[in-house]
Design a binder for this molecule. Structure first.
Ligand code: AVJ
Length: 335
């Protein structure tokens, strides 16, 4: 780039859209997919982390899951956010900065923003760059009074929050029971890091899916239209597209089971036959019925989650639940 023009561009991203106060790209997604696939398929018990479900097609399939009759979490949580938005807004107070971890299409936070006109800032953090940028721009345009600064990063990695957050009381927003994707000890570590980053006097609004009847759980992850199966199998198509894979998705099948001992739904892709598959320039052998473990979705009791949050350095302030006890929304204070 010619010297004369250099000082006119931002040090982070050359083209920050005007409605955004900041756009910081940590570049966390470069090469990690390839690395995690090589490691995951090479292991004795094959596994690929669930964060790789969300390419463009995967994100669309996830949105479709959220609208399924069997998938109760999304509609239940949105109803809780709507019903208690005014009380949550009061807890946020005036000129707070909301920090959303792994934000997707930002539909849930809009419920809070619409009810909290005093909010000062909003920082969405997400690994999916284009999706994040488009969602953040559209939200910023709809809320000109809120300072919106997007951060493209893996939210489990340490990052420095932009100035929009540094000057304000910070409240985390972590909806959707994404916390359930962590092993319990990683959930604790994540909450500890978040508490430190949000700082004393800060808070956290977090959605947590609850332990319930096994049949209700099983149905939510084995929907009758096969959308969850397509979502799970899309991981193989993504490997084909991005890592020169040779997977035949029809030679695998989706399985989701409730593991009561570990209080989690497990998703697997099960090989229908003995086969050899290529990806990343390597070869991987599958025995018949061998599985790739693609997701854990831990379910908590209210008491269990409360204990976890307290262990991580939060004081548990408030819990809201639907009448059937399907899903919980919590407000935590950084102790
Ligand atoms: C986004 C992790 C909360 O575990 O319910 C939905 C993902 N997987 N159906 C969940 C998911 C299959 C979802 N989380």
């Amino acid at each position: 780039m010619p010297r004369e023009t250099r000082d006119t561009v931002s040090p982070t991203v050359p083209d920050i859209p005007e409605v955004l106060a900041d756009f910081i790209d940590y570049g966390h997604d470069a090469d990690t997919f390839q690395h995690d696939v090589i490691t995951g398929l090479g292991a004795a018990r094959k596994a690929i982390p669930p964060k790789y479900f969300y390419d463009e097609r995967g994100s669309r399939l996830f949105d479709a899951i959220c609208a399924l009759p069997e998938y109760y979490p999304t509609r239940t949580e949105v109803a809780l956010l709507r019903a208690h938005a005014a009380e949550i807004a009061a807890l946020l107070g005036s000129d707070a900065c909301l920090v959303e971890f792994g934000c997707g299409s930002l539909t849930k936070v809009r419920v809070l923003l619409d009810a909290a006109p005093d909010l000062g800032g909003f920082i969405p953090i997400d690994i999916s760059r284009e999706h994040l940028l488009a969602s953040a721009v559209s939200l910023a345009a709809d809320h000109p009074g809120v300072e919106v600064a997007a951060v493209c990063a893996d939210f489990t990695q340490p990052i420095t929050l932009p100035p929009a957050a540094a000057r304000r009381r910070r409240v985390g927003f972590f909806p959707g029971s994404t916390i359930g994707n962590f092993e319990p000890r990683d959930a604790l570590a994540f909450l500890r890091t978040a508490a430190r980053q949000l700082g004393t006097g800060g808070g956290m609004v977090i959605g947590v899916d609850l332990v319930k009847d096994a049949e209700v759980l099983r149905a939510a992850y084995n929907d009758s239209r096969g959308v969850t199966a397509a979502f799970n199998l899309n991981l193989l198509s993504r490997i084909n597209r991005e890592l020169s894979g040779s997977f035949e998705p029809r030679h695998f099948r989706h399985e989701a089971v409730w593991n009561a001992d570990d209080s989690r739904i497990e998703m697997h892709l099960i090989s229908r036959r003995a086969q050899r598959v290529h990806a990343c320039g390597r070869s991987f052998a599958f025995a018949e019925a061998e599985t790739i473990h693609t997701e854990n979705s831990y379910k908590y009791t209210v008491e269990g989650f409360k204990a976890l949050a307290e262990q991580a350095g939060f004081a548990h302030r408030r819990v809201w639940m639907d009448g059937d006890g399907l899903f919980s929304l919590h407000y935590l204070d950084v102790a």
